[in-house]
Design a protein around this ligand. Structure first.
Ligand code: ZN
Length: 222
């Protein structure tokens, strides 16, 4: 009997640990790797005309371009075009799910979009993600419905967008919850981005070094 009790206790505590760790553990990432971009990627922002996250998306893009200016590279995220073209709900949900089984099928309607980096502000519920399709020359970023916690918290959405753009630029995760790119294997805790003041969470020193290697001062588009 005691053995059964002990087994049950261990089982339940393992189950709880896994559940808690997974609550914010996964976002997203299939980054381009450490090689960076060989061109200035044009950005297509996909959202309804009046989406309240559009400003946050532009702020996140500006955050990265200011970062590139500070590290002394000429690389930038390129011109931004907005489209209100609808992406079917099931596509974003299945793309998000697909990342966990490494299933990379870019639907034709998204493939036809003109940008190199497609940033979708979706109304659907899924795990926000970044997905690279090197053979198609496209990177897709999907940001989930803003009405669901923690995107309801002030300052979180702009940092979640910046985090996913960080993957699109080529960065992976770190394990420091005070940094923008915190994530797996550490828990991804976007709720920690909450702030009454608009601010972006910082990059680690290692990430700055990585960015400089990917896009050095003499970086030129190929
Ligand atoms: Zn991530």
């Amino acid at each position: 009997m005691n053995r059964i009790k002990i087994f049950l206790l261990v089982f339940i505590s393992l189950l709880l640990t896994c559940t808690l760790q997974n609550k914010y553990a996964m976002d997203d990432v299939l980054a381009l790797g450490q090689s960076g971009w060989s061109k200035v990627p044009s950005v297509v922002l996909v959202s309804p005309e009046n989406d309240s996250r559009i400003q946050a998306a532009y702020e996140a893009i500006n955050f990265w371009n200011q970062t590139f200016a500070q590290i002394g590279t000429s690389f930038r995220l390129g011109s931004v075009t907005h489209t209100a073209e609808k992406i079917p709900a099931n596509q974003m949900v299945s793309l998000s799910r697909g990342i966990f089984v490494n299933q990379r099928n870019l639907p034709e309607n998204i493939q036809k979009m003109p940008g190199d980096l497609i940033l979708v502000l979706s109304d659907e519920t899924f795990i926000s993600f970044e997905y690279g399709f090197p053979s198609k020359g496209k990177v897709l970023v999907g940001i989930k419905n803003q009405k669901i916690f923690p995107l309801t918290l002030p300052n979180v959405t702009r940092n979640v967008i910046a985090h996913e753009l960080g993957h699109a630029i080529g960065l992976g995760h770190n394990s420091d919850p005070t940094k923008l790119m915190c994530g797996r294997p550490a828990s991804y805790r976007p709720n920690l981005f909450e702030s009454e003041q608009a601010r972006f969470f910082p990059l680690s020193e290692e990430e700055i070094i990585t960015l400089k290697k990917m896009h050095p001062p003499n970086w030129k588009p190929i």
